[in-house]
Design a protein around this ligand. Structure first.
Ligand code: HEM
Length: 409
């Protein structure tokens, strides 16, 4: 046979694909340096991970692994080492102790940060460094949920609470189902929009705002799906093809619309010395010495990352609370009694938390009991981490599940 026949583009493509598969499999089976924590290994482990990814059951699989392997589960996906932290103790040690915390503070960029969050110019998916610390200080200053800020926050939330209760009463009176997820999601968007804009005129809270933020929220959430993230991360050409291209285009397009209402409309009407909401608070810092790095993309990053960080998690925790109380009516009853004895008919204030011990305890327990976020990779190991005769290799992604979230809360 002529040797050149073997070099057709088709044969070369097949050979490249085979090499890729062999490379991926070798990463799955080759033993790493040191002694990594236990986890699914070899062919059986590979199939378990594949299955969990295919039928979207990583969470369930992770709980099984936690029982089998103890404090940490270590495995690799397409050559990427991953370590799930399974107990509060190990999370405290790795993320909170002086010995390890600097090694686990980085949060790597991912596809979503690239498309939606200005390639790390926000305060979530960033390596931990002096600028990150500066950004955190700025975030706390800009939120301003203290002093007069609390009164404003209470009034915004109080109005929304009235509106939600009215909507629920109408649905109940007319025998309709109460779409609690949509109601909460819409309300949270309104509250966040008002906090960013400082605009509390209900007339201006047109449906457009909620729809625009809904589109952006849904587009980013579709990209955050574990399978989609894996496909877009490991096979970048897919970003230009079929359904993956649509997912990417939706994020890019909905982001442009969201930027208009969350940033451009505000920047164009901003007046130095007048702070309407948190967008103005951060725009003010753009002209302050020492903040030269705070360009427009950083401001947009701050605002959109805050929107997602606040919206996704709060919506999930409220929905989880409703779900848990549905299963524990006796707890709901005790909360109701506390509300009636402390608040009566008036709207709650932030300071009421101090007198509502039972309700506060249920909220904290619920944060511990149910995961508020999908299992997704947040922190990464900056160096090899030696812990209890085991080594978590540099570059390992730490998946944060319900344990870490409850410890942080
Ligand atoms: C129940 C509600 C919430 C939950 C469960 C939650 C959970 C989390 C978690 C797990 C992290 C990552 C920490 C890590 O790196 O391991 C985080 C970070 C963050 N969250 Fe929340 N969050 C909630 C509400 C909010 C709200 C309301 C806001 C904003 C108003 C917010 C803003 C942020 C920001 C800015 C970060 C990054 C902080 C930094 O790196 O300094 N979160 N949150």
């Amino acid at each position: 046979m002529d040797a050149c026949c073997l070099c057709t583009p088709w044969n070369l493509a097949v050979a490249a694909a085979v090499l890729c598969v062999l490379y991926v499999l070798s990463k799955q089976f080759v033993f790493r340096k040191g002694n990594p924590p236990p986890g699914p290994r070899g062919w059986k482990g590979f199939m378990e991970i594949l299955q969990a990814g295919r039928d979207d059951s990583l969470y369930e699989a992770a709980w099984g692994w936690a029982e089998k392997y103890g404090d940490m589960t270590f495995y690799t996906v397409l050559g990427q080492p991953i370590c799930i932290l399974n107990s509060a103790d190990i999370v405290r040690r790795l993320m909170g102790s002086d010995e390890y915390k600097l090694l686990t503070s980085d949060r790597d960029l991912n596809v979503v940060s690239e498309f939606a969050w200005y390639n790390g110019k926000e305060l979530f998916f960033t390596p931990y460094n002096s600028q990150t610390r500066q950004k955190r200080t700025l975030f706390h200053k800009m939120m301003g949920i203290y002093g007069e800020g609390v009164d404003k926050f209470e009034s915004v939330v109080g109005n929304e609470l009235d509106r939600i209760l009215e909507e629920m009463d109408t649905a109940r009176a007319t025998g309709q189902d109460i779409p609690i997820s949509q109601i909460l999601s819409r309300s949270l968007k309104i509250i966040l929009y008002v906090l960013v804009n400082g605009d509390i005129d209900p007339e201006k809270l047109s449906l457009d705002v909620v729809d625009t933020m809904d589109r952006y929220d849904n587009a980013v959430n579709r990209m955050l799906d574990m399978q989609t993230l894996t496909a877009l991360t490991f096979f970048p050409p897919l970003r230009k093809v079929g359904k993956y291209k649509k997912i990417c285009d939706d994020v890019t397009e909905s982001k442009i619309e969201a930027e208009k209402i969350m940033f451009e409309d505000l920047k164009s009407t901003y007046q130095e010395g007048k702070v309407r909401g948190i967008a103005d608070a951060i725009l003010h810092f753009q002209s302050q010495p020492g903040h030269e790095w705070l360009d427009d993309e950083n401001v947009k990053g701050f605002l959109t990352a805050t929107f997602f960080a606040a919206h996704m998690t709060t919506r999930a925790s409220l929905l989880n609370m409703v779900l848990t109380l549905t299963h524990h009516p006796e707890v709901a009853q005790r909360i109701q009694e506390e509300i009636e004895s402390v608040l009566g008919d008036r709207i709650p204030r932030v300071e009421d938390r101090l007198s509502m011990h039972y309700t506060e305890a249920v909220i904290l327990e619920n944060l511990r009991y149910v995961s508020q976020l999908a299992l997704s990779s947040l922190r990464s190991a900056r160096e090899d981490i030696h812990i209890d005769d085991q080594v978590i290799p540099k570059g390992t992604q730490d998946l944060e599940g319900r344990v870490q979230i409850s410890v942080l809360c």
